[in-house]
Design a protein around this ligand. Structure first.
Ligand code: DGI
Ligand code: FE
Ligand code: FE
Length: 195
């Protein structure tokens, strides 16, 4: 593992100014969420910093990484170019940038799709990406408020929006996203039963 200063320089060199600032904001949001929910703050910062490391790389290069390293990749993953930067980014961080922490690699790998039974760190980075300071979509303030109450509820709301939007555009929905959504809904239902 290298230092955060090293990873910060890497993303500065690879990303546009806008995405670089987004990454710094996600790292900052991830630390605050980690503090609130009891995740590892240092891992949250590093994962937030590097989560979009390959976002500005050419699509063919990202797909190449995925095909080389995942011979049995899901056809939906191969068809949705928006998912490639997270999967390829995780591979790149492990193979070329000495990231040896499986928790950080998984947080990057699943930061776009989510997945079944996400770890606390995965949830923290997923939610930090939705509520970072640079986000300006309608409803972002409500999402920030929700994130103060529950990571699962924030994931449910975020995926409700994403899945709806993909459906409206007649796009396929990656199985990990459906499973992340179902997990978040079941977690909410369980807390409601207890009340
Ligand atoms: O990289 P960012 O812009 O910060 O955000 P992100 O990594 O969460 O990318 C989100 C995009 O991915 C969003 O435009 C929706 C798109 N996408 C395409 N197919 C899927 C998908 N997102 C999910 N969760 N699941 C999909 O199947
Ligand atoms: Fe991303
Ligand atoms: Fe992002």
């Amino acid at each position: 593992m290298k230092s955060d200063a090293f990873y910060q320089q890497q993303i500065k060199d690879r990303l546009s100014e806008k995405r670089y600032l987004h990454s710094l904001n996600v790292a900052q949001s991830a630390v605050l969420l980690a503090r609130q929910y009891g995740a590892d703050e240092k891992k949250a910062y590093t994962a937030g910093l590097v989560h979009d490391i390959l976002k500005d790389d050419p699509k063919e290069k990202l797909l190449g990484y995925i095909k080389e390293n995942m011979p049995n990749a899901d056809p939906v993953l191969l068809s949705q170019s928006a998912l490639w930067h997270s999967v390829a980014g995780a591979i790149y961080l492990e193979k070329s940038l000495s990231v040896d922490d499986p928790d950080i690699i998984a947080a990057v790998r699943y930061h776009t799709s989510g997945r079944e039974n996400m770890t606390l760190l995965e949830k923290v980075v997923f939610v930090a990406d939705f509520i970072s300071a640079d986000r300006t979509y309608p409803g972002v303030e409500e999402m920030r408020e929700l994130a103060r109450q529950s990571l699962d509820k924030t994931i449910e709301e975020g995926l409700n929006f994403t899945i709806r939007e993909l459906c409206d555009r007649r796009q396929p929905i990656y199985i990990d996203t459906i499973q992340a959504y179902n997990c978040a809904v079941l977690a909410r239902k369980q807390t409601e039963e207890v009340l």
